[in-house]
Design a protein around this ligand. Structure first.
Ligand SMILES: C[S@@+](CC[C@H](N)C(=O)[O-])C[C@H]1O[C@@H](n2cnc3c(N)ncnc32)[C@H](O)[C@@H]1O
Length: 218
């Protein structure tokens, strides 16, 4: 059982669902107007979709959106499928799969809170790049590096590869190096979390989020 299978259920709690809604509302504001205007249907890939906490609310924000969520954790996908069935969610399709299928091409590829778990970031971004149609857009959401960002994950977690998150410059460089054009990295809101230090002192800390976006123009 993978690390994510073990903790899949924790992603169905209210805190994660609220965060997912917030991410979906933020993403929809950054999605390129031309993509929305020029396409009758907007095909979207959610890489590392988890239990669908972003994909489901995102699908409700525009009837043109058709979202394929893929994830290498079977448990995450099972919770996602359960929700799709119970809530009669339309135009959202979870699949247990680590890589996008080469025959599926998308107008938009996004990922939320996944990049800090990825060892081979350039390989991961290439998979999204290859799955996009010409002029397709990538959106990467993750938390911003800061002196306290390593505290974002309070429990020990073997799946964490970049525990401090990323700086704006790092995200910019990842996307430019992956051949994305018109790359921008924007502030994407923040969340507060209670942190308990080694002396059991509690404090409320703010963690900022970033969204990196760019286009596949060739
Ligand atoms: C912190 S969860 C985020 C889930 C969801 N995107 C969200 O925002 O709620 C990270 C997810 O990334 C998935 N993941 C881990 N490695 C991955 C990879 N190489 N490719 C795609 N997804 C991956 C995990 O299975 C897990 O569901």
């Amino acid at each position: 059982m993978s690390e994510f299978d073990k903790k899949a259920e924790t992603f169905t709690d209210q805190k994660h669902l609220e965060h997912g809604k917030k991410v979906a509302n933020g993403l929809v504001k950054i999605i390129n107007e031309e993509i929305l205007k020029n396409n009758e249907k907007v095909n979207i890939l959610d890489m590392g979709c988890g239990v669908g906490s972003v994909a489901i609310p995102l699908s409700l924000l525009n009837p043109k959106f058709i979202i394929d969520g893929i994830d290498p954790s079977i448990k995450m996908i099972e919770f996602f499928e359960k929700r799709v069935k119970e809530e009669k969610v339309e135009r959202v399709f979870p699949t247990f799969q680590a890589e996008p299928k080469p025959e599926n091409k998308y107008n938009i590829g996004y990922t939320s809170n996944v990049l800090h778990h990825i060892e081979d970031i350039s390989g991961f971004l290439k998979k999204i790049y290859d799955s996009l149609l010409k002029d397709g857009q990538i959106l990467i959401v993750d938390y911003e590096k800061s002196p306290i960002s390593h505290l974002f994950h309070t429990n020990p977690d073997s799946s964490l590869v970049h525990p401090s998150g990323f700086s704006k410059e790092e995200l910019q460089k990842f996307l430019v190096d992956a051949n994305f054009k018109d790359v921008k990295v924007l502030d994407f809101g923040s969340i507060q979390r209670k942190i308990v230090d080694e002396n059991k002192n509690e404090s409320l800390e703010t963690f900022n989020f970033l969204v990196a976006t760019g286009f596949k123009h060739d």
